[in-house]
Ligand binder design. Sequence first.
Ligand SMILES: *Cc1c(COP(=O)(O)O)cnc(C)c1O
Length: 365
Amino acid sequence: MLSTPYYLIDEARLLQNMEKIARLREKSGAKALLALKCFATWSAFDLMRPYMDGTTSSSLFEVRLGREKFGGETHAYSVAYGDDEIDEVVSHADKIIFNSIGQLQRFADKASGIRRGLRLNPQVSSSSFDLADPARPFSRLGEWDVARVETVMDRISGFMIHNNCENSDFSLFDRMLAQIEDRFGSLLKRAEWVSLGGGIHFTGENYPLDAFAERLKAFAGRYGVQVFLEPGEASITKSTTLEVTVLDTLFNGKHLAIVDSSIEAHMLDLLIYRESARVEPNTGPHEVMLCGKSCLAGDIFGTFRFERELKVGDRISIQDAAGYTMVKKNWFNGVKMPAIAIRQRDGSVRLVREFTYADYEQSLS
Ligand SMILES: *Cc1c(COP(=O)(O)O)cnc(C)c1O
């Protein structure tokens, strides 16, 4: 048995998402690019590659990883590129999407050998969390003034619009796309391709995949564009757990268990968005607050109901540890970084990466 902590990617569960993506591509004609900012664990890419068209990125390092480790179509996007990175970005990409007209004008010539696009901001989104709302007031994410965009149409062939955020409501997606069409229809008619970004929870249970596919197909037909989607969370949702072991138990009015991991170091996104981790089935009679081993007072995964009282040495699987989780792990408190393992379809578990003291030491100087 592997020693904890480790992230465990389950191939069979990952494949369920991949098969939905493949079905959507087939029915809609849309292409699907993995958003690396959500998930960049490249050991899983061999499994994912047959089901997706390539990757999209938010930086030089991501676009390079996408080209080198995933292949296929490689989209480059960044909120802002620097002079010292643009040439290398272009060398790894077959499309580059600029966040602003300023960046487009600055780098259009350097990127003249590949397709260029611009991010549009429709000023509506499905996000209820200001921190993650691309349509928040004074947002820097994309252009919204049609008249200004018209002046640069000769330099671009398409657009990227990313305004969904964990949106599992198809009718909301549909309404927002209609608003986008109302607002930007004249621009879309002049485009060859449109990426509708990520944040659409179409691999979730009960999502009306067929209606979604029809909507994308109709949109593509109406404007004569190739549609792209950039699923991050939807690609890997529910595929991965964080495996931990109980190191200590305490009672201070509540039953507490301290595990050999840390929410701040290993599941940071939950802390940022003030969400609880998930443990299944969470229906037993013994309520325990699961705590991390960093010295942060609020290093707490959540309170869960276990079948038995927890004792030192018990192992626990924390659910949904792939998206925005492995990419954000860090060395806070010097807590041992979780290894990465893959449960293959035959049930065997393959350890693909371990982190050591040397990795910690080399992360600073
Ligand atoms: C974050 C992001 C994605 C992926 O979003 P998910 O919610 O993980 O699907 C795709 N495209 C862009 C431009 C993004 O910023």
